[in-house]
Structure formats: C-alpha cells, structure tokens
Write a protein that binds this ligand. Structure first.
Ligand SMILES: *Cc1c(COP(=O)(O)O)cnc(C)c1O
Length: 404
C-alpha cells in the first residue's frame, strides 16, 4: 500500500511553495487503479478514468502510463487527453447536452462517443449512418448516489436518453442503420451499494438483444471513497464478483462476449490529494471559535456545494490539545469548510490540511473575489514537482478587453 504523505512532507511543501496548495501523490493513484484491475483481473473489463475529477496534464500522463483509458466530458478534455498521449482508441467522450458540432469534432478525432439525446442520435445517423460506431448513453431510471446533485440516473435527471424511450431509439437505429457499439449508464457519484450496478445491468439486459453490433457495456463511475472515519469504500472485489455473476446469468444473445467498461473518477484521484491552507486569523465569538484560512469555496467548493465532509488536520501542531473550531475561508461570501470540528489547538500561521482533496477540488476552483488559484504539486517517487504555478496579477486581466 502507498504510504500516505506525512505531515512533515506536507509542512515542507507548504513552506517551499506557499499556500494554498494542492498536493497529489502519484503512488496513491496507482494503488487505486491496481485495486480495480486486480479485482477484475479474470474478467474482460476496461477502466476509463473520468478525468473531469482532475485534469492536470501530469495526472493524465501518469494515468496513461498506468494503463488506464480516459473518459471525457467535453471536447477540450478529449484534446487534453490526446495532448497527454492517449491514442484515440483509449479515449471515450461521454457527452451530455452538447451541440452536434462537438460530436462531429470528436468523430473526426477518432475517439469513442456516447450520445445522450435522440436529437443528436438522429443527426449522427443522417450524417454518418453505419460508417462510424457509436454508443448510447441511457438513463436507467435508478436512484443512486450520495446527494441529489450528484445523482444522474433517476427519473427527473437530465442525463441520458430515458430507457422508456427505447422504441424511438430503435426506430432511429433502424432508420439510419446505426452501428451501436456500446450502451452506457452512469447512475451517480458515491455509490456504495454494488447492487446499484447489478440493477443497471438488469435494465441493460432487457434491451441488449436489440443491438446486434454491441461490443461494450459501460456501467459508468461513481465508486465511493471514505471521507470520514467509519466511511466505507465501494467493495470493489464484491462488485467484480456481482458483475461477473450478472453477466454469467445474462449471456449476450448475440453470442459475442461483451466487454465491460467503468468510468471511475473520484475513486482514482480523491485520496491522492491534500489541500494545504494557512490560518490567517483566529476569531472568538459567542457562536464559535472561527479559524479563517487563506482560501475559500473559490478553491474547494465541495463543502459548500455538496455538504461534503473533508477531514482536516492541523499539521503545524499535531500534539496540541484538542479544541473545537469552525473552519471558514477568507472570501466575501459564507464559505464554511467545517462547523464545530475538533482540531489540535490552532494558532495564526498554522497549516491546516484538507484530506481527500484530489477529486473535484482544484478542478472546480475559480478566481472568485479576484483571488489566485492554488498551486499544484505532484509527489512521485518521493520527489515533489511543481505542476502549476501560482496565478499572478496579469492573469486576472488576461482576456479582458479594456475599452474604457
Ligand atoms: C462524473 C462522471 C463519472 C465519474 O464519476 P465519479 O463519481 O467521479 O466516479 C463517470 N462517468 C460520467 C459520464 C461522468 O459524468
């Protein structure tokens, strides 16, 4: 198992590169990927890293070297993946609500595409017919995931073509002789119950017999990782077993063995990430002792956006007495990271680290309040490499056109 980065290492990095800073641990990403490939080693399964979780080009290159494929949610992510060296046949573009021109662009780049609307499926048929294989993103009408904002497969979700519209899908497939190579579902994020994936397979097997060119079944991502003590990770070996059984019970009517795809994002990169901030001010009030750090939801939005829990530690005072604090940011907007949290005694100038910050951390950061985005560091083979420099003032004006 990859040893977690130590407090000393993190303090050292914060001192060298300043704060706020995101630190990623390459070996932890490898460990997560190996958990998947080991559990599924006896099956015909391929993993596409859902790169919207973290797209730093060095992370993409590292994951390419590990042997994973990549799943993209925009044409620019497809281009980043190509830039990182992924060949087109290891890139999947799972689209959602995009204009047809982006689908054409993806087709011209030669990557796999999952289409998520009848409208784009029809346009694809009109233009390309049987000439280019394509996947369909379905909405299985299953409720799953840690929070409604991250549930994507339920009956009110915008994602995918609802399975109950299968008749219309089949009309289009027949009309244009579409070569449907893949059926995709992604039910949400933070799914700890592996039965959700089994249910998804059941839904798919009802319709698989209609697709004679099918080669892949894509079950999406959404594996859960532990955020707080007592949390569990999705049981990957159990998932492998259940998926194996489900496919044994539903042989492909076409006779061809189907390859199973997954698209883990958070599972691959969440725990590799550490977000280090420094304490600006301590403020005693009747409601709480506030600890204001040099960051806010402009850098880590998950607590405010999803009520997400991130474990926090005072790495500058690991042996200090435990006290209760409310950890907040420094932007002009309520940006609570943690309310009434026990930490080792906090003093101005201390470094606080947020754990599990690799996924949807830097990636969802912004320049709100005209503050600079954090630096990013990759620790690989024990060495810290800076992989993003801090913004400078000119960056705030870049792309603005001064007409007055
Ligand atoms: C976001 C996303 C994923 C990854 O979800 P995680 O919860 O990070 O594993 C996978 N597939 C698709 C289509 C997505 O949009």
């Amino acid at each position: 198992m990859a040893q977690a980065l130590s407090s000393e290492q993190l303090v050292d990095i914060a001192g060298t590169y300043g704060t706020p800073v995101y630190v990623y641990h390459a070996e932890k990403i490898e460990e997560q990927y190996r958990k998947l490939t080991t559990a599924f080693s006896n099956t015909n399964t391929v993993f596409f890293y859902a790169c919207k979780a973290l797209t730093n080009i060095n992370i993409l290159k590292h994951i390419k070297e590990l042997g994973a494929n990549v799943d993209c949610s925009s044409i620019n992510e497809v281009k980043l993946a190509l830039h990182a060296g992924f060949p087109p046949n290891r890139i999947l573009y799972t689209s959602n609500g995009i204009g047809f021109s982006e689908i054409e662009e993806a087709k011209n780049l030669g990557v796999y595409i999952n289409i998520d609307s009848l409208s784009n499926l029809e346009k694809f048929g009109q233009k390309f017919g049987h000439s280019y294989p394509v996947g369909i993103r379905l909405r299985p009408n299953i409720m799953a995931g840690g929070n409604l904002k991250i549930s994507t497969g339920h009956e009110k979700s915008k994602f995918g073509i609802p399975v109950d519209q299968i008749e219309t899908i089949l009309e289009l497939v027949n009309k244009y002789n579409l070569r449907i190579c893949d059926l995709h579902i992604h039910t949400g994020s933070e799914i700890k119950d592996v039965e959700v994936f089994v249910k998804g397979i059941e839904v798919l097997f009802n319709i698989i017999p209609h697709f004679k060119d099918l080669e892949f079944i894509d079950l999406g991502g959404g594996f859960k990782v532990p955020y707080k003590d007592g949390d569990v990770e999705t049981d990957i070996p159990l998932l492998a077993q259940k998926v194996g059984e489900a496919f044994a019970n539903h042989p492909n009517p076409g006779g061809k063995p189907l390859q199973v795809w997954f698209e883990p994002g958070k599972f691959m990169v969440s725990e590799c990430g550490y977000f280090i901030t420094q304490v600006n001010v301590m403020k005693e009030t009747s409601a709480a002792t506030f600890v204001s750090v040099d960051s806010g939801f402009n850098h880590l939005i998950r607590p405010m956006f999803y009520d997400a829990y991130h474990r926090i530690e005072n790495i500058s005072n690991p042996n200090g007495p435990k006290k209760t604090y409310s950890v907040v940011g420094n932007i002009c907007e309520t940006d609570t990271f943690a309310w009434h949290r026990e930490l080792n005694e906090v003093r101005e100038g201390d470094y606080l680290v947020f754990y599990n910050a690799g996924a949807y951390g830097f990636e969802m950061s912004s320049n709100f309040n005209s503050r600079y985005k954090p630096v990013e560091i990759l620790v690989k083979d024990g060495t810290a490499h800076q992989i993003r420099k801090r913004d400078v003032f000119e960056d705030l004006l870049r792309n603005q056109i001064e007409v007055l």
